[in-house]
Design a protein around this ligand. Structure first.
Ligand SMILES: Nc1ncnc2c1ncn2[C@@H]1O[C@H](COP(=O)(O)OP(=O)(O)OP(=O)(O)O)[C@@H](O)[C@H]1O
Length: 224
């Protein structure tokens, strides 16, 4: 099975206020079409790891591969492009632009990538909104929709550049159980129907137990 993401002996230190070895020898991979979750106590290093895996933090030791390509050591400019094209993100907070419409919010990362025409981007955005069952919201301002809907729009935005992996940092952390389950079902649908790979940091045991694999962290290490 082909690998979408691979971390090989990743170590990370924070140097201030004192030297702190926050991640120790992290090695694991995510296969194409796999839905994995990362769990662990507060402070175990989950967000720090996700920040490295998402190519936003380059200050680490070890190697990182995305779609079998070594991305460690690449320039910030190259990484920015690789990230925009290959990785979708969903955070606990939606970070939508409240004065823009739902459709415009979803179109934004594709405009930034600059590979398609406005018409093509709009078409793709509408298709994704349909898949997530929120196409009726397209023209609404992001400030005028509910919390659960905002998170679905954030997922749509994360998908617009057709990433090979979707990463989430507590994507259901702000949602009630109904909307959390809804987000899980969307992720599962994307995996089953489109072969998308997913890696989600979560504190929600119900959510994690339904994923293909739980990666458990403690004190900066993977323990199972
Ligand atoms: N910029 C920083 N400088 C120094 N230490 C940091 C920095 N950021 C995080 N830490 C420390 O690194 C450790 C790991 O933090 P991290 O946020 O990755 O944990 P986490 O598992 O995601 O926690 P949570 O579940 O609470 O979000 C913690 O002890 C934290 O205090």
């Amino acid at each position: 099975m082909s690998l979408v993401l691979e971390a090989n002996k990743v170590n990370k230190y924070f140097r201030k206020p004192v030297l702190f070895h926050v991640l120790t020898d992290i090695s694991f991979n995510v296969k194409k079409g796999e839905f994995a979750s990362i769990m662990g106590k507060s402070g175990s290093g989950k967000s720090t790891l996700l920040y490295i895996l998402s190519t936003m933090d380059t200050d680490y030791e070890g190697e990182l591969y995305l779609n079998n390509e070594l991305i460690t050591g690449k320039s910030h400019q190259e990484l920015s492009r690789i990230r925009n094209k290959n990785i979708g993100f969903v955070f606990q907070f939606h970070y939508l632009l409240s004065e823009f419409s739902v459709l415009e919010n979803v179109m934004l990362p594709a405009r930034k990538l600059g590979e398609l025409t406005e018409k093509e981007i709009e078409h793709n955005a509408m298709e994704i909104l349909k898949t997530l069952g929120i196409d009726k919201l397209a023209k609404k301002k992001a400030s005028r929709i509910s919390g659960g809907e905002k998170q679905r729009v954030a997922i749509a935005r994360a998908l617009i550049n057709k990433p090979s992996i979707l990463m989430g940092d507590e994507p259901t952390g702000n949602l009630d159980s109904y909307n959390s389950e809804n987000v899980f079902n969307i992720f599962k649908q994307l995996k089953d129907e489109q072969g998308l790979s997913l890696l989600v940091v979560t504190h929600d045991m119900d959510f994690a137990q339904k994923t293909d694999r739980i990666i458990e962290m403690d004190d900066g290490k993977i323990i199972s």
